[in-house]
Design a protein around this ligand. Structure first.
Ligand SMILES: *Cc1c(COP(=O)(O)O)cnc(C)c1O
Length: 370
């Protein structure tokens, strides 16, 4: 089945007890046994193990990614940490430079603590780094946040297969609708489900998916999540299932608007540069056009003429875009990334395009730039 069908029907779920087309929300942490001490429902003993809402959300993500298994976590960072923790002490990890700052920070501290050799590389140095270092894992993000750089997943996967390295791809900005990293050869795909998967800025969640659930690495992730208890609550998972029903519509709409906004901004005299993989002049456009279909996502960054002061003034004048971090929600957001991440230049503003009326969004940008 196609993505829109999988998402809209929540992978065909029907509530067994009532026939409800929407799953029941069970908040119970424990489940009673009968007088012979058998569980009343054989697959329900304790919530850490038996969370129906989480299992359903995982099934939907697995189908969308054409994966054999998916695991939900309480945040995107919890999912990323879970994917990388199996790297052994004294191992080697290659990390893309200029990606989500939370990931970079966590990986640096983790490698430091565990004596893991960390090699940070730009997108054009990846192949050489993998061939030279033969790392256990290479972690990339495409398109990257906030630089919108692209990584050729299929080309990199050919290299990692030869070196026996595991390729982990953070595909948050692409969503499973626009790119399917596992189909392109990645070993594990990561999503901060907090962003477009849920789409309504009201759930913190992360997810991993793979086509090699029997691998040692994946089995270690499964065991650690279970035994370490890094599980999501049923209400969050239930909201995520609800949010994903409209995923294809939201992604199509915000991608189309972002494309129009990026082109419009690229021609604006107050804007020095627009970073968006959908623009033909973007350095990663050719790769993006090959591995993304249906659009280039709702995330873009701009660099303003007039530097940091102009960028802050622009943010301050916005009336419709909220000044807030995060991305992938129905509401458009603008972030002056430098405030949180000093390495990002002060003239850069990251925009997450929502599903509001395009003319209203352009009018807001226009008045804030003028
Ligand atoms: C937000 C984000 C994360 C972290 O997700 P949380 O749910 O906030 O922990 C990871 N990667 C990318 C690309 C993100 O945008």
């Amino acid at each position: 089945m196609k993505d829109a069908t999988i998402a809209a029907r929540a992978a065909g779920h029907i509530d067994r007890a009532t026939g409800g087309v929407v799953p029941a929300l069970h908040l119970s942490t424990t489940f009673a046994r009968d007088d012979a001490y058998a569980p009343i429902a054989s697959d329900h003993v304790y919530l850490r193990d038996d969370n129906d809402a989480a299992r359903l959300a995982e099934r939907i993500v697995a189908q969308l990614e054409q994966a054999r298994a998916a695991l939900l976590f309480p945040s995107g960072m919890a999912a990323i940490a879970a994917a990388l923790r199996p790297v052994g002490n004294g191992g080697t990890l290659v990390l893309q430079r200029g990606i989500y700052w939370g990931t970079t920070q966590w990986v640096r501290a983790f490698c430091d603590r565990r004596g893991v050799r960390l090699v940070e590389v730009g997108t054009d140095e990846m192949t050489r780094a993998v061939e030279q270092e033969r790392p256990e894992v290479i972690f990339v993000e495409t398109p990257s946040n906030p630089w919108l750089e692209t990584v050729d997943i299929a080309a990199l996967a050919r290299v990692t297969r030869a070196t026996g390295s595991l390729l982990v791809v953070d595909s948050t900005a692409a969503t499973p609708i626009l790119t399917k990293p596992l189909v392109l050869g990645a070993d594990i795909v990561v999503h901060a489900a907090t962003k477009a998967l849920n789409g309504h800025s009201d759930v913190l969640a992360g997810v991993l998916a793979t086509n090699a659930p029997e691998s040692e690495h994946w089995r270690s992730i499964v065991t650690e999540r279970h035994d370490g208890g890094a599980v999501i609550g049923p209400f969050e998972a239930w909201l995520l299932v609800r949010g994903m029903r409209t995923l294809t519509l939201r992604v199509a709409h915000s991608s189309a608007s972002a494309q129009r906004i990026a082109s419009w901004l690229a021609a604006h005299e107050a804007v020095a540069r627009v970073l968006y993989p959908g623009l033909p002049e973007h350095t990663g456009h050719e790769i993006a056009a090959r591995q993304m279909s249906g659009g280039f996502g709702g995330l873009l960054s701009i660099r303003l003429q007039g530097g940091g002061e102009a960028a802050r003034r622009f943010c301050g004048r916005l009336r419709l875009f909220h000044r807030a971090t995060s991305l992938g929600g129905v509401e458009s957001l603008a972030e002056h990334r430098h405030e949180i991440e000093p390495a990002v230049p002060p003239d850069l503003v990251r925009l997450s395009i929502g599903i509001e009326d395009l003319d209203d969004l352009v009018a807001d940008l226009e008045q804030a730039l003028s």
